[in-house]
Design a protein around this ligand. Structure first.
Ligand code: NAD
Length: 296
């Protein structure tokens, strides 16, 4: 297929690389020239703006870091709605259902089909093509692009209403955020009691407390103290805020999520929006007066 790809970051970089490697003809754009150059070296074609991408191909994918940037790329001066070839817009970013419904309305007026397509599985999943790929939108259109989406991982169809895949993704990421927050507190308690944090992860992973923080985030980034998992703090806080807003929209009482949200906000205040999200563990360490590092 001919595919446009806008936003070549931690996720968009490896995902667009996989499209090129699978034989798709990919046209790319990013505000960072080095990210574009990297893809061009692999065989992609560079475009000058989102509008330029949308004037070259019928199918345009985006993977962008914030709702404001997403809206600008969609409907700004040089946005993809200014392109004259685009027929379908596939948003791989996590935006929440409100934003997805808004862009779907903009697209509909221009005769462009929107497919919501948030993904889960992190940078490692994007590299290996093992992401959970959540879609919503017209089923026939999703089927049409399925071969390209399968390059990213396992494709799930969530429903035809705009935003349904985004609600799915927020539920998933709230659980991921909660796992990281709760695991940090659990392991800090154990370390204070004299336990080795590596042993704690091994035991938890053989027991009923296992989650992606204890199987992946702690072993890869917290225990070695590298804090380089590849998911930005601002992105995780965005997702938690979107979950809180979405649950509030549906009138769902939130006890756990409210507390989890407070801890993530505190971590972002302490470490900044550009820190890695695993640095939340440092916030818990500071409060507990312990360090959760593997013994050398
Ligand atoms: P990132 O910040 O690494 O990448 C975003 C890219 O967009 C960057 O290359 C940036 O230069 C580019 N960009 C910014 N403004 C632009 C513009 N106006 N026009 C074109 N390009 C622009 O972010 P990421 O981690 O790749 O995340 C992207 C989306 O995927 C987010 O919605 C995030 O929530 C979601 N996501 C991330 C992960 C992860 O583990 N990193 C996992 C699942 C979903």
């Amino acid at each position: 297929m001919e595919i446009g790809f806008i936003g070549l970051g931690n996720m968009g970089g490896p995902m667009s690389r996989r499209l090129v490697e699978a034989g798709h003809r990919v046209t790319v754009f990013d505000v960072r020239k080095d990210a574009v150059d990297k893809l061009v070296k692999l065989g992609a074609t560079a475009a000058n703006s989102p509008a330029d991408v949308a004037s070259r191909v019928e199918t345009v994918m985006t993977s962008l870091p914030s709702l404001d940037i997403g809206l600008k790329v969609v409907d700004g001066e040089d946005g993809i709605t200014r392109g004259n070839r685009i027929k379908r817009y596939i948003d791989l970013s996590t935006t929440g259902s409100r934003a997805a419904q808004k862009t779907a309305g903009i697209m509909e007026k221009r005769g462009i089909v929107q497919i919501d397509c948030p993904v889960s599985g992190g940078v490692a999943g994007a590299e290996k093509g093992t992401l959970a790929v959540m879609t919503s939108g017209p089923k026939d259109e999703v089927e049409l692009v399925r071969p390209a989406l399968e390059v990213f991982g396992k494709v799930f169809y969530c429903g035809d209403k705009p935003g349904m895949a985004q609600s799915m993704k927020l539920a998933n990421n709230f659980l991921s955020a909660t796992g990281m927050a709760a695991s940090s507190e659990a392991i800090a308690m154990g370390v204070k009691a004299g336990l080795d944090p590596s042993l704690m992860c091994d035991v938890i992973n053989a027991g009923s407390g296992m989650n992606t923080a204890t199987t992946q985030k702690f072993p890869r980034s917290v225990l070695p103290g590298t804090f380089d998992y590849g998911f930005g703090m601002a992105l995780m806080v965005k997702d938690v805020r979107l979950f809180l807003q979405e649950a509030e929209d549906y009138g769902i009482p939130l006890e756990v999520a409210a507390a989890v949200g407070r801890l993530w906000e505190k971590a972002m205040a302490e470490h900044g929006p550009n820190s890695d999200f695993t640095e939340l563990a440092k916030t818990v360490e500071k409060g507990a007066g312990v360090q959760m590092r593997a013994k050398k």
